[in-house]
Design a binder for this molecule. Structure first.
Ligand code: FE2
Length: 229
């Protein structure tokens, strides 16, 4: 089944029949965690207290090894549960239907969101992360734990082929980068294919964020159709 949304023709009742369509909007959610201030101090301490073997230096930032959800840390688990619930609500609000209905399953328990990968990133002065996306990910989730400076994330124009030709005049924000500023306690949700980057961190302290790669997990009741059929 080819996924096509039809833009219906409307019958003009007078005046100009012309209309302007704004198409292919990308949903990105910015959500304050209701218990963020309760957990951020402990979360930051838990990340920074990991041994050197648990943190890899990538030269442009440091990152925890393995999955945060394997730590058995109650604050990490509480936050992850909230992120999963919030991401489900995010998708259901956008679709206007429960998640299981989207795949024709009979019960809400037939579809759940799962954290396939989770890790903490540590940025010190000058650290950054070049443009990238999260493969095999339905929803990329980023939560800011600690920072005295700005928690900036830059989103690149995701429309295919915009970078291949510059006509000199833009009429659709082609190639525009959007910088989202957040503070500790904020969660960002976006499609996994959304290309994003982290500009150099200028703070004198440490900036810590946590990321989860979320994907759908289906019960045996769900018979997914191969893409393109
Ligand atoms: Fe990322």
């Amino acid at each position: 089944m080819i996924n096509v949304t039809r833009e219906n023709e409307t019958v003009a009742t007078g005046g100009s029949p012309a209309k302007l369509l704004s198409l292919f909007a990308t949903p990105v959610a910015k959500i304050p965690c209701p218990f963020g201030t309760e957990i951020n101090g402990d979360l930051a301490a838990a990340v920074l207290s990991r041994s050197a073997a648990d943190i890899k230096d990538l030269s442009f930032k440091s990152e925890t090894v393995g999955n945060l959800t394997d730590w058995g840390d109650p604050e990490v688990d509480r936050l992850t549960s909230w992120v999963l619930r919030t991401a489900r609500t995010f998708v259901e609000n956008l679709r206007g239907e429960p998640l299981h209905r989207a795949v024709g399953a009979p019960a809400a328990s037939d579809v759940r969101l799962a954290a396939n990968r989770s890790w903490a990133s540590i940025y010190r002065g000058g650290d950054h992360h070049a443009a990238h996306f999260h493969p095999n990910t339905a929803i990329a989730a980023v939560y800011y734990v600690a920072s005295a400076g700005p928690c900036d994330l830059e989103l690149a124009d995701p429309r295919a082929n915009v970078e291949f030709f510059d006509p000199g005049i833009s009429f659709a924000n082609e190639g525009r980068t959007v910088r989202i500023g957040s503070s500790p306690g904020t969660l960002l949700l976006m499609p996994g294919w959304m290309k994003h980057s982290v500009p150099p961190y200028e703070g004198a302290d440490v900036r810590i964020s946590i990321a989860w790669n979320l994907a759908y997990s289906f019960s045996a009741n769900v018979a997914l159709q191969p893409a393109g059929d």
